[in-house]
Write a protein that binds this ligand. Structure first.
Ligand SMILES: CC(C)(COP(=O)(O)OP(=O)(O)OC[C@H]1O[C@@H](n2cnc3c(N)ncnc32)[C@H](O)[C@@H]1OP(=O)(O)O)[C@@H](O)C(=O)NCCC(=O)NCCS
Length: 180
């Protein structure tokens, strides 16, 4: 672990993560719609691991690494990463509370997830809505590369089908993917 403010998330962290998510939802409409079961939203069935960013004893942010089925990737994204045969990692549920922002927490959360994907030997991708300018700036500053864009089936805050940009991690962009 390179940064002392980042540690693996435990079940005991979930209430604090839900509180932090409520603050982020109120300030940023992330997620666009408040989930019926926020605890489940933070622990999707394909989650591999999650980490929290802490300041003092308080959780100010978190990120998850989930595993996608390569066969179900958006075709342009699959092509961009060489149509992998095995699992693909995906950054999910990344957020930092407004009080914790601008201090590199999201950058460090992304780094630990990247390291984990690298250790697992899987390509790593993420998607971001085109109206999320802060997150796009974060990813591009950290060297993520835009590989494809496509409309989502869910509606953004403006009531339109969100335009999603798909990014690949710097490691994934550098390494050729194993294909069948
Ligand atoms: C996006 C988000 C995670 C950034 O968290 P953060 O901890 O403040 O990010 P960092 O401090 O690591 O920022 C790193 C870089 O990202 C970019 N960045 C972050 N916030 C930005 C903003 N509001 N405007 C422009 N660039 C921004 C900058 O390049 C920044 O580097 P700098 O501070 O040296 O200029 C946070 O704003 C957030 O939780 N937003 C709502 C939820 C969300 O959009 N999640 C992503 C879903 S895909």
């Amino acid at each position: 672990m390179t940064n002392p403010s980042i540690r693996p998330r435990t079940t005991k962290d979930l209430p604090a993560c839900i509180d932090a998510l409520a603050i982020v939802h109120a300030s940023d409409r992330y997620p666009v719609n408040w989930p019926d079961d926020p605890g489940r939203w933070l622990t999707p069935s394909n989650l591999v691991k999650a980490w929290v960013a802490v300041e003092g004893s308080g959780v100010v942010g978190q990120v998850g690494l989930s595993q996608l089925d390569a066969a179900k990737l958006e075709p342009p994204l699959a092509r961009a990463i060489g149509t992998p045969a095995g699992p693909v990692g995906s950054i999910t549920r990344l957020f930092v509370t407004p009080q914790g922002r601008g201090r590199g927490h999201a950058t460090h959360l992304l780094e630990v997830a990247r390291k984990e994907a690298d250790n697992l030997g899987i390509p790593l991708v993420l998607d971001v809505s085109d109206d999320d300018h802060a997150a796009i700036a974060l990813y591009e500053r950290a060297g993520w590369q835009r590989a494809a864009s496509a409309r989502a089936d869910w509606l953004n805050a403006a009531g339109e089908h969100a335009l999603l940009h798909y990014y690949v991690s710097p490691e994934t962009a550098r390494k050729p993917t194993q294909t069948e």
